[in-house]
Ligand binder design. Structure first.
Ligand code: MRU
Length: 343
């Protein structure tokens, strides 16, 4: 095993990008090592690697791996090849800004390089992004743990845990840090249709960490809140606009509306790499639309919907900033209207 508790990694000895194939969890844990562009594209597109921060760091690692094995020698040809990979990879998950962010960070480094140090600089940048992600999530965990010090249980959606970052996670980091501090917080995990990141991944990693975990179907959240079974809702994010509007896994905005109704705090855990200072509001966020077969076929032995029924499969929705109590970030706990002051 190369990863040792991380979700993605860089095997610099063999020049391979390493990831856990999350589509196999919770029944099978398999690490994949690759330097193959098609396999990398496929891993991101089909959610073998998923979660905005993990996608970003994995993109950086993959770009370094691909460029390390490049046969090009001149600066111009190396730079063109890098930009070409970035262009294609950015398209495969349009909502998660971390993918674009990571590609742009790698291009910036390439712009400051020459033919001799091009590959080493990209490798070092990818390694730095791994370390930065771990440190940032740790900070989110510490600020979140402080905020939750009087809470017994939370509700979360999708998977914004260690599998969605390099380590710790964002929305689950406060739970992990609280546990280290001797404070056990119970977690209700929405199963998160259609790809079941909550049931398969959040429950897997929390149970693995010995955290009290209850999986609920998505349509049970109102029951949980009405009966005061949770003290707060914590979710991750895929892109945050200047005004604090937040794109996250489909179903998040419904939870925020319910939380407001039941007067339960709704926190978005956000590394600043997920903040998009180029867009004013959530209306400008492109929503990834995925294949409808994920709804009626993918997880079932038999077709679950009539053959001629249509499907609509938006992967994300946008939560209005007015529904968000605060962002828990590596820079502290910040109100939506103040977020742009922290860039
Ligand atoms: O489609 P996914 O599984 O990549 O969606 C993931 C989410 O929506 C997460 O909440 C988000 O990326 C934050 S992960 C720290």
């Amino acid at each position: 095993m190369f990863l040792n508790g991380a979700s993605v990694g860089f095997d610099t000895v063999n020049n391979k990008a390493v990831f856990i194939d999350q589509t196999l969890l919770p029944t099978e844990y398999r690490e994949i090592s690759t330097d193959n562009y098609e396999e990398i594209y496929d891993a991101i597109k089909f959610l073998k690697v998923r979660g905005a921060p993990a996608i970003g760091v994995f993109t950086a690692i993959s770009l370094a791996v691909l460029m390390n094995k490049s046969k090009n020698h001149t600066y111009e040809s190396l730079f063109t090849e890098l930009k070409d990979y970035c262009k294609k990879l950015i398209l495969c998950r349009p909502t998660a800004i971390n993918l674009k962010w990571a590609a742009e960070e790698m291009i910036k480094i390439a712009e400051e390089s020459n033919a001799e140090n091009f590959k080493t600089n990209l490798t070092n940048q990818a390694l730095k992004m791994i370390e930065d992600d771990i440190a940032i999530c740790r900070k989110i965990g510490e600020y979140g743990a402080e905020l939750l010090k009087n809470s017994n249980s939370i509700l979360t959606h999708c998977n914004a845990g260690r599998l969605a970052t390099v380590k710790y996670g964002t929305a689950l980091a406060p739970v992990y840090v609280s546990k280290e501090n001797g404070h056990n917080i119970k977690v209700f995990a929405d199963e998160t249709r259609p790809l079941l990141q909550g049931a398969r991944l959040t429950a897997f990693e929390l149970c693995d960490a010995d955290i009290d975990t209850t999986v609920i179907c998505d349509n049970m959240a109102s029951f949980i809140m009405k009966n005061r079974l949770v003290d707060a809702v914590l979710v991750g994010c895929d892109r945050v606009a200047l005004n604090g509007d937040t794109a996250n896994k489909i179903g998040t905005s419904g939870l925020a509306i319910l939380a407001k109704h039941y007067n339960i705090p709704f926190y978005v855990c956000m590394p600043f790499s997920t903040f998009d200072e180029n867009i004013k509001t959530g209306d400008n966020i492109e929503i990834e639309m995925r294949d409808g077969n994920e709804i009626g076929e993918m997880w079932y032995e038999k077709l679950m919907i009539p053959k001629n029924a249509k499907t609509l499969n938006p992967a994300f929705d946008v939560t209005d900033h007015s529904l968000i109590t605060a962002f828990i970030t590596e820079k502290g706990v910040i109100k939506p209207i103040e977020i742009k002051e922290y860039i």
